[in-house]
Write a protein that binds this ligand. Structure first.
Ligand SMILES: C[S@@+](CC[C@H](N)C(=O)[O-])C[C@H]1O[C@@H](n2cnc3c(N)ncnc32)[C@H](O)[C@@H]1O
Length: 271
């Protein structure tokens, strides 16, 4: 069945839904619908699904409504674990500015594909063979590089994207530890949810400061997905630069570095 066939069946679902449809709305044509500027079949489908009002969280597509040709599980495996709304992609491009992006644990590469279409210079890593990745259908939307969390170390010049890192798994925390750049975009549930492990959120809280969240992120019903950008907290950045040099290389001359306004070398972070 093609996406067009699925959309036609979803249309029929609305015709047959009768009184039940009073409780639900389509995102399409409503206030939360967003102008798409990328080829985004995931959003094309999601915006037509029955959605419940999530209050200040916006609409929550119900991927478990009976009688639909596709639902939550099928779509997350086919496309991505978080829904990339057009507003998310525009927000991502804005928050990155001129920065390039490296995605780790990219799954099918769907978010990387969206980012590339938005003009973002992106590379993406995934350790699993597409045909053996239980988190995807085996389709790749973007040329993925084979590699795990350790690849984060090689790209301090890019912002790091982590989207729905596997729950109760230390790899996201390890990626964050390995990464020596200055911006992380995390998409997923908050601490205690279904993503990453406690170590990841502890590190995020200790070393990173949130600088913005996508106001247009749409979460599946029953989930609480968020999209947030973080900058490295200044004091930590100083220490890391001292230890590694700004680009993560050993810094032989670290102690000669000084703030532009200072007259003599000072130890950063000591006032
Ligand atoms: C829940 S899926 C999310 C995939 C994708 N980011 C998305 O949102 O659709 C988690 C992904 O992490 C990958 N993964 C597992 N172990 C990893 C590791 N050590 N380093 C990087 N990625 C890993 C899995 O193969 C899988 O593709």
């Amino acid at each position: 069945m093609t996406v067009l066939d699925e959309l036609a069946e979803i249309g029929r679902w609305w015709e047959l839904a009768g009184p039940a449809r009073e409780a639900v709305r389509r995102i399409a044509g409503g206030p939360s619908d967003q102008a798409g500027f990328t080829d985004n079949p995931y959003w094309d489908i999601v915006r037509q699904l029955p959605s419940l009002d999530g209050g200040r969280h916006g609409p929550r597509p119900d991927g478990f409504a009976r009688g639909l040709p596709v639902g939550h599980h099928a779509l997350t495996k086919r496309y991505a674990w978080a829904i990339p709304s057009p507003g998310d992609i525009a927000w991502l491009a804005a928050v990155l500015g001129p920065r390039a992006l490296v995605e780790i644990g990219a799954g099918s590469g769907y978010w990387a594909w969206q980012a590339r279409q938005a003009g973002i210079d992106v590379i993406a890593y995934e350790p699993a063979d597409p045909l053996a990745n239980a988190y995807t259908d085996g389709i790749e939307y973007f040329p993925l590089r084979p590699g795990d969390h350790t690849a984060a170390r090689r790209h301090p010049d890019r912002a790091l994207l982590l989207c729905w890192p596997s729950g109760d798994d230390p790899w996201a925390s390890q990626a964050l530890r390995a990464y020596t750049g200055d911006m992380v975009v995390y998409i997923g549930e908050r601490r205690g949810g279904r993503c990453a492990d406690d170590g990841f959120f502890q590190r995020l809280g200790r070393e990173w400061t949130a600088v913005g969240a996508s106001p247009h992120h749409v979460s599946w019903r029953y989930l609480d997905s968020t999209a947030t950008a973080y900058r490295r907290t200044a004091r930590r950045a100083w220490r890391r630069a001292l230890r590694n040099g700004p680009a993560g290389r050993p810094a032989a001359a670290a102690w000669t570095w000084r703030p532009r306004s200072a007259g003599r070398p000072r130890r950063p972070g000591r006032g």
